[in-house]
Design a binder for this molecule. Sequence first.
Ligand code: GLP
Length: 239
Amino acid sequence: MKYLVFNSKKEASKEAYKILRSLIDENSTLGLATGSTPTDLYEEMITDYKAGNFSYKNIKSYNLDEYVGISYDHPESYHKFMETNLFDHVDIDKANTHVPDASAEDLEGALKSYQEALNNANIDVQLLGVGSNGHIGFNEPGTSFEAGVHVVDLKEDTIQANSRFFNNDINLVPKQAVTMGIKDIMRAKNIILLAFGKAKQDAIRSLVEGDKVTEDVPCTILKNHPSVYVLVDKEADFQ
Ligand code: GLP
């Protein structure tokens, strides 16, 4: 695992983009994340695309997760997030982008087909943020490391943390989500995890310090992955 500390989210995101570029080419498959963490990295990707240095025409993407119970048009759906923060600004073919279909009438069927798609995907780089309780994707503490694509009941602290995107009203935050499983995340060839702010410090300590791997802190599984880059700002640094 490579652990790198930066003065700011911006600096860390610039380096994350350099690392990403060193790991992919224009035919690669990306695992994408949402939340406030990857936004500057997506800006770096857009800037470099606009400068003519990289094309997404043949890039495929698979997202980690999506809320259950809000429509794709909802400004806080992860479908919408990806369009607003990345897809609408680069030449990616939307047909090559995949976000779990969490509002399908046949949710079981949708989980199955996302699982099948992931099983055939060969993700070159998976981008990750981390929840303050150590969740990755929406794999909350206690989730089996053997889990594949599944529906999650979000933990109270996650609902609380994400209420900032929903007018700070926890009643508006979806209580369930569909997420890739830990097993799916671990299958990516490379992983870049970003974490910013003091709220992430404990999760980062569990991830980087020592060798304890526990389902109580899902991100600790990454200690077992052969190619992980962890980039944090100094607030998230635990040392
Ligand atoms: C969210 C997402 C995760 C994200 C994490 C941190 O709930 N499902 O994929 O990495 O929690 O969120 P943020 O980046 O907004 O701090």
